[in-house]
Design a protein around this ligand. Sequence first.
Ligand SMILES: C[S@@+](CC[C@H](N)C(=O)[O-])C[C@H]1O[C@@H](n2cnc3c(N)ncnc32)[C@H](O)[C@@H]1O
Length: 335
Amino acid sequence: MSEDAQGHFDLKSMIFSLVTPFMLKAVVLLGIPEMISKAGPLSLKQIVSRLSNVKNFQPDLLERILQFLVHKRALSEKIDEKDGETYYGLTPISKWLAEEHHLLLLCTHEYPMAAFQKVNEAVLDGGHAYEMANKSRVWEHDPGHGDEYVKLLNDAMVAWSSVTISLVLEHYDGFKDVKKLVDVGGGLGMCMGKIVEKYPHIEGVNFDLPHTVSSAPAFPGVAHVGGNMFESVPSADALLIKSVIINFSDEDCLKMLANCYKALPRGGKLIVIELIYSKEGPFEMDLDMIMIGFTDGGKTRRFEEHKALLENSGFGNVSLVAVPSKEQVIEAYKL
Ligand SMILES: C[S@@+](CC[C@H](N)C(=O)[O-])C[C@H]1O[C@@H](n2cnc3c(N)ncnc32)[C@H](O)[C@@H]1O
């Protein structure tokens, strides 16, 4: 095949790749991963018998979607020798969708989708695509967005962080001597809950916007505190800031990091957990593009960029602590 023709086919395949998350979303909204997780592999007929609100069911449509997801390794299929039926099972990919599909629902939500239509305008005219499309900054509660979207955002962050925080706690012991720890932008407090569960001597504070902490569940040993990190951060001998820097511009990061610096005593430690930009990783550059559509100036940064932000906010002894996780730990001290 000529290079030209190959290029044309590669372009098609790049364009069509947008359907995968939407087909995953369709099966999640139909409750299929959850059904299979409870019952084990199911045939099309068995799936249909478990669906609710069916008015004019289209079995061929569902079957084509299931077959597509088998092709994408998001479902497994096995033909039963006795009844000749195809049974659909979960794979290591869809196993997660049975429990934690909020990140998928967030990424396919109409607000970020609308923002992606504005990226070219943002490039030329300045401003942020998300704000241009939705007339609101992503983390600022806007009644127009409704509680449902805010809940989805917060639940998606729990889904984003659950595996990382377990891996960090398994391989990084930098929390063990901390007496009081504040998680800055800690969301619903799941990470702090797990840290205090492992180190019950820690007085844990989960600090986030008032509308986020007001809906946070209780975790033993964790106090939820509402506030604005651009104004001030509660003081503690150590602070954690996980997946927050990635959401903001350098200018915003310098403001919040200056407040983190103020909140620490001399010798106090800031523990940053972030995905580090890499051209080799499986989704690091994709996530950088996601940040264009989802945030107000956020981006994935190289370690050197994190170090510069931290040093420009007054921190010293900045070091990267490698953990076998997609997100890495960066320690910095108030010297
Ligand atoms: C990407 S989420 C990270 C949540 C959590 N740290 C994690 O890793 O799962 C960013 C968090 O920053 C919080 N946030 C945004 N602006 C804030 C502000 N001005 N003050 C405090 N928290 C803020 C959001 O509400 C959200 O919970």
